[in-house]
Design a binder for this molecule. Structure first.
Ligand SMILES: C[S@@+](CC[C@H](N)C(=O)[O-])C[C@H]1O[C@@H](n2cnc3c(N)ncnc32)[C@H](O)[C@@H]1O
Length: 207
């Protein structure tokens, strides 16, 4: 196999420059997406909004198992506007193995749905997403939505308020809206934490 192409120095410099904007311990999970274009859009949103990782639950061969192979697929690279080269993406064969992995690492899951589902439902902009140190946000299939298994193992369900006749948003679009709100909150929280640590350090030095 050919060696992966080296990134240009300017892109590497940009990646270093925006590193502090990345939201640590935030993962977007796409559950059994049918459409490669939606996968590409979610990965693009993940990268653009500073989400740490993307997980894809899929038993389809259309998506390679290995990240390196995904990065080398011209179609996926084109759809994601090359974001796949810059964002970590991992594939899981089923929902159970993805949940087991997340839970073993201490992640709390939250599902998204246009419907009120499960024990606790929150309106996107009314919830606090900084309460969970490690958070995985799940997006469901284009037709069937989120699975009962993912719903049962999630702390809450996020709803984007719908103001039209149409019942739901497109998968890629909804990922952009949901992840924008969550990254906005978590980034502000990270910034406050950094400022506090810096102030404490200064205080200690002054003593
Ligand atoms: C096209 S929708 C699936 C519609 C499906 N009929 C259902 O009942 O969920 C694909 C995914 O986008 C997300 N989504 C779409 N509209 C949403 C909304 N208003 N609030 C939260 N998530 C939404 C959810 O993750 C959903 O599983």
């Amino acid at each position: 196999m050919d060696e992966p192409k080296k990134s240009t120095p300017s892109l590497r410099a940009r990646a270093d420059k925006i590193r502090h904007l990345r939201c640590k311990n935030l993962i977007a999970v796409i559950e059994h997406p049918d459409d490669l274009r939606n996968i590409g859009t979610v990965i693009r949103n993940v990268n653009a909004l500073g989400v740490e990782k993307a997980y894809v639950v899929s038993d389809s061969n259309a998506l390679p198992d290995d990240w390196q192979e995904m990065r080398e697929r011209p179609k996926l690279s084109a759809i994601s506007a090359s974001a796949i080269k810059w964002s970590f993406v991992r594939k899981f064969a089923d929902t159970e193995s993805c949940l087991a992995h997340l839970e073993s690492k201490g992640f709390v899951s939250a599902v998204t749905s246009p419907h009120t589902k499960g024990r606790k439902n929150v309106i996107l902009h009314e919830a606090d997403y900084t309460k969970y140190t490690k958070l995985a946000v799940w997006f469901g299939n284009e037709g069937t939505g989120i699975s009962t298994l993912a719903l049962d193992r999630s702390e809450f369900c996020i709803n984007i308020p719908m103001g039209g006749i149409i019942e739901s948003l497109n998968l890629g679009t909804s990922s952009g809206i949901v992840l924008y709100e969550i990254t906005k909150q978590r980034r502000a929280f990270q910034d406050r934490l950094r400022a506090k640590v810096a102030a404490n350090k200064l205080g200690r030095r002054a003593v």
